[in-house]
Ligand binder design. Structure first.
Ligand code: PEP
Ligand code: MN
Length: 263
């Protein structure tokens, strides 16, 4: 995935004019977890209204506690897919284990590898055999080099449709959930030809500060921003504390577009 391998930058074409890494800022937004049809439809309406083409959402959720909501599973993904396709919205969702690749294949546009699976090398090997985009998140305590080696697993196995994601790392600082490593963005872009996306929601974990961190990531050269939004963040099944309501989300989208236009 080194820039020595390739002249110029890679971009991913998801079809229907949806590109990631083509020089325009990609925005991916949606809830932490897919919860029900009403929530999915409301999110889709919000995205369509604001010109966002890619929706995020988890149906297989890696939760710290086994008693927390762990997602709707494949049936939730199928329901989401039906509604999203009608609206021309692309889907990015987390795959947690090898067996889920086949299950999810027809219903996602981008497989997300979560921070807890960045070094699940068997999963990466298998995603390398798939003809579908993969976004790899940086591990919770993962170095930039480790993220690059994880990407290398997928790339070397034959799948070049790769996106890297800085989602915050665990440091000694406890004032925020994680520390979004803004440094990683220019460093990754210097080292690789792959598109680099930032996740300010998990990166800081505090709703009020998602916007400034997202804007900082754009200024640092991110090719895209992925963040969490929900019609009622207080009632979200997961990560409500870092989730924007639709009004905040619409403001963020407008500001992201303005920021990207400055570059
Ligand atoms: C998520 O995107 O909801 C998620 C679980 O992210 P991460 O793997 O970065 O913690
Ligand atoms: Mn989340």
């Amino acid at each position: 995935v080194s820039r020595k391998w390739k002249v110029g930058r890679s971009y991913i074409d998801l079809g229907d004019g949806v590109l990631i890494g083509d020089g325009n800022l990609s925005i991916m937004a949606g809830p932490c977890s897919i919860e029900n049809e009403d929530q999915v439809q409301k999110t889709i309406d919000h995205l369509v209204k604001n010109g966002v083409r890619i929706m995020r959402g988890g149906v297989f959720k890696p939760r710290s506690s086994p008693y927390a909501f762990r997602g709707l599973g494949i049936d939730g993904l199928k329901m989401w897919y039906t509604l999203a396709r009608k609206a021309g919205i692309k889907i990015i969702s987390e795959v947690m284990q090898v067996s889920q690749i086949v299950e999810m294949y027809d219903y996602v546009d981008v497989f997300q590898v979560g921070a807890r699976n960045t070094q699940n090398f068997n999963l990466l090997d298998e995603l390398g055999k798939v003809d579908k985009a993969v976004m790899i998140k940086r591990g919770i305590s993962g170095t930039i080099e480790e993220l690059l080696y994880s990407a290398e697993y997928v790339f070397a196995a034959g799948n070049e449709k790769l996106i890297l994601c800085e989602r915050g790392i665990r440091t000694y600082e406890r004032a925020s959930r994680n520390t979004l490593d803004v440094n990683a963005i220019p460093i990754l872009k210097e080292k690789t030809h792959l598109p680099v996306v930032a996740d300010p929601s998990h990166g800081i974990g505090i709703r009020e500060f998602v916007e400034p961190v997202a804007l900082a990531a754009v200024m640092a050269g991110a090719d895209g921003i992925i963040y969490e939004t929900h019609q009622e963040p207080e009632k979200a099944a997961s990560d409500g504390q870092q989730t924007l309501d639709f009004e905040e989300s619409a403001t963020l989208i407008a500001h992201l577009k303005k920021a990207a236009a400055l570059l």
